[in-house]
Design a protein around this ligand. Structure first.
Ligand code: ADP
Length: 215
């Protein structure tokens, strides 16, 4: 019988965690070991950079006031606006999410690594992302540690960091959705053995799934 279903996609890991949990740090370590990392935040930045594919629609819906002189979306201004206006948040997401998905799938098609890692800050909040990935990997740390790291990285005031965290899934919700967890409460040295172990497991699952698809 000829199968009419789409070919199963490559083995992929959705890497998530709260702001400041260490997603980027951990993703870089997987990339160094041979995973193809696709960062949805980076893609969103490109879409809203000068000349980015989302800019025309953002201008049409929000106006020039939300663009900077160089033509990029004014991230600080729009963040502040959508925080106080849930309807505006939905409108912005309706512009960005489909474009992000197109770019993500394009990057996934072109990716060379042993397997794919999608870095998705709000993965647990998104049923379509949970369905898209083979496994969910959560980078976990105490909320106090998140606050401290974000404040020292970005200089944001504590209240703003906590407001961002309050708009994301809770630590418990994330852990409940995880297939795998990396504990990032310790120092950076404590990450390497955890990444080594998971990378070996993912590489094995990826080659098993590739063999299965070829049969
Ligand atoms: P995310 O991408 O989840 O927001 P990052 O990987 O950017 O988090 O990490 C947030 C900040 O904390 C960065 O400045 C990073 O260098 C730092 N950081 C991450 N993990 C550790 C760690 N184990 N020890 C100390 N600093 C860390």
């Amino acid at each position: 019988m000829i199968s009419t279903s789409l070919p199963a996609s490559r083995f992929s890991v959705g890497l998530t965690g709260g702001i400041g949990s260490g997603k980027t740090t951990v993703a870089d370590m997987f990339a160094a070991r041979g995973a193809a990392v696709i960062d949805t935040d980076q893609i969103a930045h490109q879409l809203t950079a000068p000349g980015g594919a989302a800019i025309a629609e953002i201008r049409a819906q929000f106006g020039d006031a939300f663009l900077m002189e160089n033509g990029a979306m004014d991230r600080a201004k729009i963040r502040e606006y959508v925080f106080s206006e849930p309807a505006a948040k939905s409108r912005l997401e309706a512009i960005l999410h489909p474009l992000i998905r197109i770019e993500v799938e394009r990057a996934a098609q072109q990716a060379q690594g042993e397997y794919l890692i999608f870095v998705v800050p709000l993965l647990v909040e998104s049923s379509s992302w949970k369905q898209r990935v083979s496994r969910v990997l959560v980078v976990d740390c105490l909320e106090e540690t998140q606050v401290r790291r974000v404040m020292s990285r970005s200089g944001l005031p504590e209240a703003q960091v906590r407001a961002i965290m309050a708009a994301q899934a809770s630590r418990q919700e994330r852990l409940a959705a995880a297939n795998d967890v990396i504990d990032n409460n310790g120092d950076a040295l404590a990450l390497a053995p955890q990444v080594d172990r998971l990378h070996a497991a993912y590489a094995a699952l990826a080659s098993a799934s590739a063999a299965h698809r070829e049969n």
